[in-house]
Design a binder for this molecule. Structure first.
Ligand code: NAP
Ligand code: MG
Length: 402
């Protein structure tokens, strides 16, 4: 059979540890036999990041600006232990942080739904996507311990015009204060990313904050979302039978527990951090979660939501058998290939991405899965496969469909 042709290459960002092992297995077994795979390869493995003084991460992000679509393997964010382990020149920053700073945008995380792995919330029938704002609030705050009596104020000193002050608290005993900020431009691009994602994926968009209590700060988010929706998206949403819905965060949480899912839940930075962990565990597993960075300029970067699965890698290095779940990494590839197919008008490439996803889910539904899933599945007699045998089993399912 002739291989499927591509037009524009994908930006391929290789990574670390167990996910790097799976990356190669996926390419060799599930992609290269079927596709004339075109990629521009960047090795973001920690060793090569160190050798290039992290320039490779910057180059990979810039390549994504040029080519539009990237697929990324999980990478180590070094800490002190890693600096020793890899004998690093420096404690390099998080690659995801570096890439996000260059591309700007919002990360969307969506659970992969598969028969046999049931969400703990029984009403959830469709995936709920979390969109998390990735700038500001408590993540860029300044804090102060107040040792004793005294006045604390917020002071704005404008370049021109009069100073503004508000009293935070007149302390007569020790305490703490915190100052945080956000930017209209960042909130605007967040809103646009969320509405565009909703439109493209035909999903309603929910946004929630605490504007009844935070009457200026959170209210600004609410206002900007509504303004951008009305001006730029309302007509298209209505044409597609979609809605935008704003509510208080407490109300959102209560409703979500009774909903059937299927929408995009747009969260402020802290809410998104906390709620995405809750959602992924409630849906089943971090290894069944896709993640895509959507920039307001139209660039896309697909990855798995989990890390490099270090503990499994050390077992692999000792020659022990591992059973690491490759589903989220496979879906990073299919997501990127499908987007590339859409942009380049390549129907058979898009069809291939669909088939590979179906083959992956069919493998699990047939009872063949990795150890993280055998522990939680409702299917009778699940068979625990090794990392490699699971990928080989998917290949059998894929061949049936090709
Ligand atoms: P992790 O790699 O996500 O793994 C945490 C644990 O979750 C694993 O030890 C494993 O549990 C389970 N797990 C995660 N993914 C799995 C999979 N595909 N299949 C089976 N089990 C899976 O997080 P971490 O151990 O905290 O971090 C390891 C490294 O990854 C760190 O260096 C961190 O910097 C990096 N990281 C990178 C990214 C990214 O690039 N996007 C994100 C997060 C973390 P058991 O061991 O109990 O089986
Ligand atoms: Mg978190």
């Amino acid at each position: 059979m002739a291989k499927i042709q591509m037009k524009t290459p994908l930006v391929e960002m290789d990574g670390d540890e167990m996910t790097r092992i799976m990356w190669k297995l996926i390419k060799e077994n599930l992609l290269e036999p079927y596709i004339d795979l075109k990629t521009e390869y960047y090795d973001l493995g920690l060793k090569h990041r160190d050798e290039t003084q992290d320039q490779v991460t910057i180059d990979a992000a810039n390549a994504t600006k040029r080519l539009g679509v990237a697929v990324k393997c999980a990478t180590i964010t070094p800490n002190a232990t890693r600096v020793k382990e890899y004998n690093l020149h420096q404690m390099w920053k998080s690659p995801n942080g570096t890439i996000r700073a260059i591309l700007d945008g919002t990360v969307f995380r969506t659970p992969i739904i598969v028969k046999g792995i049931e969400p703990v919330v029984t009403t959830w029938k469709k995936p709920i996507t979390i969109a998390r704002h990735a700038y500001g609030d408590v993540y860029r705050d300044v804090e102060m311990r107040i040792p004793g009596p005294g006045k604390v104020e917020l002071v704005y000193t404008p370049e021109k015009g009069e100073e503004q002050r508000v009293l935070i608290h007149d302390f007569d005993e020790p305490g703490v204060v915190e100052g945080m900020h956000n930017l209209d431009a960042s909130i605007e691009s967040f809103a646009r990313s969320c509405f565009s994602f909703g439109l493209q994926n035909k999903r309603d968009v929910w946004f929630a904050s605490k504007d009844t209590i935070s009457k200026i700060y959170d209210y600004r988010f609410k206002d900007i979302f509504q303004e951008i929706y009305n001006k730029e998206y309302k007509a298209d949403f209505e044409k597609n039978g979609l809605t935008y819905f704003y509510t208080l965060i407490d109300d959102a949480v209560a409703r979500i527990m009774k909903s059937e899912g299927g929408f995009v839940w747009t969260c402020k930075n802290y809410d998104g951090d906390v709620m995405s962990d809750m959602l992924s565990s409630a849906f089943g597993s971090l290894a069944l979660m896709t993640s895509v960075l959507v920039s307001p300029h139209g660039y896309y970067e697909y990855e798995a939501a989990h890390g490099t699965v270090q503990r499994h890698y050390y077992r692999y290095l000792k020659g022990e058998e591992t059973s690491t779940n490759s589903v989220a990494t496979i879906f990073a590839w299919t997501g990127a290939l499908r987007k590339r197919a859409e942009l380049d008008g390549l129907k058979n490439l898009a069809a291939f991405a669909d088939k590979l996803e179906k083959a992956t889910l069919a493998t699990i539904e047939s009872g063949r899965m990795t150890g993280d899933l055998t522990r939680i599945t409702k299917l009778p007699n699940p068979q625990k496969l090794s990392t490699e045998k699971f990928i080989k089993a998917i290949r059998e399912e894929l061949d049936k469909r090709m």
